[in-house]
Write a protein that binds this ligand. Structure first.
Ligand code: GSH
Length: 231
C-alpha cells in the first residue's frame, strides 16, 4: 500500500556473536521515514511516526513540492538531512543501517539481483491488478507458477533467500508471496519451501507483534483504481 508514508522510528535487527540473527532491538537514532518496505520497518520494535495521507490526492499534492525532496514521490523517507524517495532506495538505506544488505560483495550483488527480480515481479503484478485483471487471469496465473518455480529453486533448502541470515530481499519476497496468495490462495501448493518461508517470516516475533498491532494495515493492497483488491 503505497500511501503509508513518513515513519519516525528507531530500529535494528541485531546479530549475536555467532553472526546469527537475533531479536530485533531498538537503537538510538531517531528519524522520520517512509519505507514502503513496511515489513522491514515493522520488524523492529522501535518508536516511529508514520504519515498517512488519508484525505485523497489533494492533501499529498499540497505538500508534494514543499518537502525538500529532489524527486517528490510516495513513499518518501526523511532522516535528518537525508530526504529520499524511491522505495527500493529507502529499503536499502534502512537495510544498510541495520546489517540487512549482505556482508560480502557476492552477497551484496546477489541481493541486488533479487531486488531487481522483485521489481520485475511487482511491475507485472501492477499491470495485472490495475489493467489486466479482468482479461488476463489465466495468463497471469501461469506466470505466477513460473515465478514460483524460479523462486522456489533459488531458495532451495535455505532459511532465507541469502542463506542463514535475513536480508532486505526476504522482506521484498515475503510481500510478493503474500500479495499473490491474495490473488490465488493455493499458488504455493507446489512450492513447500516458499510456504515454509512465508510462515517463518510471519513467525518472527517482531513481525507477529507488528501484525497484531493497529499499525498493521492489511487492506487495501492497491490504490483505488485497481481492478483487484481484498476487502
Ligand atoms: N518507483 C517509485 C514509484 C512510486 C509511485 O508510483 N508512487 C505512487 C504511489 S504507489 C504515487 O502515488 N506517487 C505520488 C506522486 O507521483 O505524486 C517507488 O518505487 O517508490
Amino acid at each position: 500500500m503505497c500511501l503509508r508514508i513518513i515513519r519516525k522510528e528507531n530500529f535494528s535487527i541485531g546479530r549475536d556473536s555467532r553472526g546469527e540473527t537475533c531479536r530485533p532491538s531498538l537503537d538510538t537514532g531517531r528519524f522520520e521515514a517512509s519505507p514502503k518496505a513496511s515489513g522491514c520497518s515493522s520488524s523492529t520494535r522501535g518508536e516511529y511516526e508514520e504519515r498517512l495521507y488519508t484525505e485523497g490526492p489533494t492533501e499529498w499534492l499540497s505538500e508534494k513540492e514543499n518537502l525538500g525532496l529532489d524527486f517528490p514521490n510516495l513513499p518518501y523517507y526523511i532522516e535528518d538531512d537525508l530526504k529520499l524517495s524511491q522505495s527500493m532506495a529507502i529499503l536499502k538505506h534502512v537495510g544498510r543501517k541495520h546489517g540487512l544488505c549482505g556482508t560480502t560483495d557476492a552477497e551484496r550483488t546477489n541481493i541486488d539481483m533479487l531486488a531487481h527480480v522483485a521489481d520485475d515481479i511487482r511491475l507485472h503484478y501492477s499491470l495485472f491488478v490495475y489493467q489486466n485483471y479482468k482479461t488476463q487471469k489465466i495468463e497471469y496465473t501461469r506466470r505466477m507458477h513460473v515465478t514460483g518455480n524460479r523462486l522456489s529453486q533459488y531458495l532451495g533448502n535455505k532459511k532465507w533467500f541469502m542463506g542463514d541470515t535475513i536480508t532486505v530481499v526476504d522482506f521484498l519476497m515475503y510481500e510478493l508471496l503474500d500479495i499473490h496468495l491474495k490473488v490465488k490462495d493455493d499458488w504455493l501448493k507446489d512450492f513447500s519451501n516458499l510456504q515454509e518461508f512465508h510462515k517463518r517470516f510471519e513467525a518472527l516475533p517482531a513481525i507477529q507483534e507488528y501484525m497484531a498491532s493497529p499499525r498493521f494495515i492489511p487492506a487495501p493492497l492497491n490504490g483505488p483504481s485497481a481492478q483487484f483488491d481484498i476487502v
